[in-house]
Design a protein around this ligand. Sequence first.
Ligand code: FE2
Length: 418
Amino acid sequence: MCLRNSQRISRRGLWFGVAAFFVAVLAGVVIGRYVVFAKEMHKTAYAATRDADQIVLTWSDDPRTTQAVQWRTSTGGDGNVDCIRYRRAGEAKWQVVKAVTTRIEDAYLENDKACAHHTARLDGLDPGTNYVYEVGNGTKWMSESHFSTAPGTGTKFSFIYMGDVQVGYEEWGTLLDAAFERHPDTAFFTVAGDLENHGCDRNEWDAFLHAGAGIFNHVAFVPVLGNHDKCNQGAMYRALFELPKNGPSSVAPELAYAFEYENALFVILNSEVRPSTQTAWLEKQLSQSKATWRFAVFHHPIYSPKADRDNAKLRKTWAPVFDKYHVDMVLTGHDHSYMRTYPLKDGKRTDKAGDGTVYVTSVSGTKYYDQQPGEQSAVAFANVSTYQVIDIDGNRLTYRAYDLQEKVMDELVIDNRL
Ligand SMILES: [Fe+2]
């Protein structure tokens, strides 16, 4: 009996031990998850103050007649800087608009957990007009800057496209400054996702916006969501940038959108969600537009410069649509190197540049990957940060990629009349 009892106890002990082992393993996993996923506290090098900073221009509506202006201050208190006044350049009369103020919080920020974010939408502007603006509290004004509305006459214009920033904000700021010093008349600029490194960490956004200060406040920014920006459904990205809410219902507002600037259509897609959920909307934008030029901008490349980073589903889903409606250029990032394809249709090189779609991947920050470009690649290089200037003059498009020293790293002309 004793022995049996002993055996029984022993069996119980065994089962207990087994159970305890699994509990321990589970606990270990939980602890492991906690250790792995627990966020560390971080600090921002750019805490908000009572004065405005991070002034950013975006469009949430027609670039001919509207302008969204957003900026930041510290939270609360009387006399907060939550107004904007603006006037036509050369005229004396100001108009005052009160901003909508929201609170942006990052509980893991040690030194500045919350800041106030102000967004003013200026409507009823005159096309092709220079405006001067200042932000302030209604009596005290600061940070004078300017912007221009789109002419709306189909006139020639330029825009700048860049690939990922993500790492190397200071160097990126130097590249951005150089780009606008050399091309000061550029209408707007776009970065094809991964604007920063951790989308829920405000210190990363602070560093990004600080690096672009002096440009963001007078040139409209056209952001694109990347995998590093998407944290919490792009909550901080969406809080920071006022963008068109005309995207597909399958995507959170502002994470995909479309707008026209002069004779060009820009479709900003969200490659972070299933591409098929945006295809009908994409087709609608392309089929309804009468724009001469069509651009699609999103984060993940359709033709990756590296074989093991292929996005076959994206290519299978969207490339036929780009072919069908003749999208001229697809601008992407994510692969941290430069690659431009030949003009492609159905995956094959076309005889004339205007008959196919040109796919570009580039990087503007300082994180680089090596590459093994495929047969579709016309120009490819690694370890160089570039910015791309696209000049559109009627039926002629001139594309150039520049490095920091203004060396032309790639060049392409598409003339729709040929
Ligand atoms: Fe990425």
